[in-house]
Write a protein of this length. Structure first.
Lengths: 218, 218
């Protein structure tokens, strides 16, 4: 692995474990046994590292795992797979989401990239919900779509933060994501048509079982 | 105003304006023209100040403004008044909510108090929704109640953070709260009964108008 990649991987690990605000570029260099000068050869400062983490890793993970709406896949599975992937991505870069407003305010270039990606995600989520409506699985008015998408993104983005604030037991395991997916299903449920209700409840049972299993395994 | 109160007020102001992580106890003392020793006579450290802000101000604001469910008030107005008050409280202590998971992780006593208050709020929100169901204005299953309350609290807590991450224009004015209340109404809408739909849409029109007016005034 190249030094640059090593710095990025070590930073993700240290930020997640000890909190981004407690880690300096000196900590990262010491952790890797390299000189601060070597680190500065690759990155100007900590904000620069965070920007690279977002641009080269988090961004792609969020955009690449977005399943294409395709006729061979059940529409409901498309959205569930996506929600699952989003919650896993948030876990991988949890230092970013635990502290998002502050990090974006400090780092205007990161904020710009973030807004760009969110815009793409909104578009794809809208398409996904529209394809569920076309398949007669969901029912909503055109004027409701933007709000539903926005609340979905809010829950995606801050579910982990919310979970961590609600409990003194801060250990994060898989059950937390399955719980997040179940919350998304609560939000979607009122819009599911009568004819799709059975398939919807079946999908919910799958996630309830996964949630139960992961709690038992933890 | 006593020195202790002055320290608290100045801290709220500085934290909100410049971000809590950029402000030290020395900045606060210098801002007030008092010696660091004088500040330390009242508070051991910054965490101690944040804890007092939460316990003496934010906590009470959230709990005291909770309108009691009473027969003289329309049930829908009760919940709207509350949501309005919650969003205003979040604005007043926005440094806390912009950074909640990190601040709670650093401050176990604050985390404990926070979980306690959230527990009380969950109970009151549940009562409120149940009173709307008793008045035949909402319809939901008992098993859905906890999830609806939890999503309401998530939107309350992170609406401001979400808003700030979505736009490069970080100025916060009243329109942001009205937009938050409107999002809460989107979440509640599918549970509103046929007979209450007119009253609900009327309330929504009021908030849509307030949102529009505050945008025009900004």
């Amino acid at each position: 692995m190249k030094t640059r990649d090593k710095i990025i991987q070590a930073s993700i690990e240290l930020f997640n474990e000890q909190g981004e605000r407690n880690i300096t570029t000196n900590h990262i260099a010491a952790h890797l046994g390299i000189s601060p000068g070597n680190l500065y050869y690759h990155f100007r400062n900590k904000e620069d590292i965070i920007l690279s983490i977002y641009e080269e890793y988090a961004r792609n993970l969020l955009l690449d795992t977005f399943p294409k709406v395709n006729p061979e896949m059940k529409p409901l599975d498309t959205i569930l797979l996506y929600m699952d992937a989003v919650f896993q991505a948030l876990m991988k870069f949890r230092f970013l989401y635990a502290n998002l407003p502050v990090l974006l305010a400090k780092n205007p270039l990161l904020h710009e990239k973030y807004v760009e990606v969110q815009h793409i995600i909104s578009g794809r989520l809208s398409e996904m919900l529209e394809s569920l409506r076309d398949a007669d699985m969901m029912d909503f008015e055109d004027e409701e779509l933007a709000d539903i998408v926005s609340i979905l993104r809010l829950i995606n983005t801050f579910w982990l933060s919310f979970y961590q604030t609600q409990t003194k037991d801060t250990e994060i395991n898989d059950s937390v994501f399955f719980e997040g997916v179940l919350k998304i299903l609560v939000l979607l449920r009122p819009y599911i048509t009568e004819s799709a209700k059975a398939e919807f409840l079946e999908a919910r049972t799958v996630y309830q079982q996964r949630h139960k299993d992961s709690l038992a395994a933890a």
